[in-house]
Design a protein around this ligand. Structure first.
Ligand code: CUA
Length: 311
């Protein structure tokens, strides 16, 4: 995954408004700095003590000057307040009664549930362009923070206290999301992808996510499924059509093979990386809550064969 975050490349109305406010504030603060710094430098030079010269005229208590230097900062603060309030209303409109998406932070990954269709995904959120998506943000364990640089505001995922935000990317593409509040050893690897695409592509993707997994025809893959059931994987991971238990401890694996990343972005989802992961998750992502099952090479081959059917 790209390490670069597009905070300076706003791609949503909210991010654009925040960015513009930041630029406006920077310009104003620069002007203040130049005016104050310039006055100090000018005074130091112009009124430097010189042998034999009288003290310059003292102006302490000058009414006009005091009024002016009270009025100017007040006007700046009021001006910034108005622009900030306007930005806040753009970034954070009231959430609807039923949000489009429920996002749950976990140590150390993100679960997303589409409330309309019922699709459940992990670490990869697709969005249709042109439709603002309202998100209800929760946490299953500790405090996390959700941020899609250039698209969303940063907001905390707090256990028992939902927060709301809007996702409205205006340009198609894949954006990188991160957790921005320290939440444990793998805080850094709580990355996710936000894929913005046209409405038809999104609808097709969402339909595909709703499809349950089918029983594998290949005998090796079928042995993999037997192993998956026997090794208590089902206690943490749901696979729609196989184990519909809402485990919610680890990511839903129904469409594992169609995802681009593993371990919340720690590695790309390639057969080699998946094998390394199953061999010893701790080696790929130290501190991840998935234990090492000490699978034999033969068992790994069966599991890999099965996971490959989860498209
Ligand atoms: Cu989750 Cu940091």
């Amino acid at each position: 995954m790209s390490g670069l975050l597009g905070a300076f490349d706003p791609q949503s109305p909210g991010a654009r408004a925040t960015f513009d406010l930041g630029i406006l504030a920077t310009i104003i603060f620069t002007l203040i700095f130049v005016a104050v710094g310039g006055t100090i430098v000018y005074s130091l030079v112009r009124f430097r003590w010189r042998e034999g010269e009288p003290d310059p005229k003292q102006i302490a208590g000058h009414k006009t000057i005091e009024l002016v230097w009270t009025a100017i900062p007040l006007a700046i603060v009021v001006f910034l307040f108005v622009f900030t309030a306007r930005t806040m209303s753009t970034v954070d409109p009231a959430p609807p009664a039923r949000p489009d998406l429920l996002v749950i932070g976990h140590q150390f990954w993100w679960e997303a549930r589409y409330t309309g269709s019922g699709a459940v995904v992990a670490n990869e959120i697709h969005l249709p362009l042109g439709k603002p998506f309202s998100v209800r943000l929760e946490s299953a364990d500790v405090v996390h923070e959700f941020w899609v640089a250039g698209v969303s505001r940063k907001i905390q995922a707090i256990p028992g206290r939902p927060n709301y935000l809007w996702l409205e990317p205006t340009r198609p593409g894949t954006y990188t999301g991160v957790c921005t509040e320290f939440c444990g050893v793998q805080h850094t690897w709580m990355r996710f992808r936000v894929v913005a695409e046209d409405a038809a592509t999104f609808a097709a993707w969402e339909q595909a996510q709703l499809q349950p997994a089918t029983l594998p025809a290949d005998p090796v893959a079928a042995q993999g499924l037997t192993l998956f059931r026997a090794m208590s994987c089902v206690n943490c991971h749901a696979i729609k059509g196989i184990s519909d238990l809402r485990a919610g401890v680890g990511p839903d694996l129904t469409h594992l093979a169609s995802r681009g990343i593993l371990g919340s972005g720690v590695v790309d989802n390639t057969p080699e990386n998946l094998r390394l992961w199953l061999e010893d998750p701790q080696q790929v992502k130290p501190g991840v809550l998935m234990p090492n099952y000490h699978f034999t090479p033969e068992q790994l081959t069966r599991l890999m064969s099965y996971f490959n059917t989860l498209r």
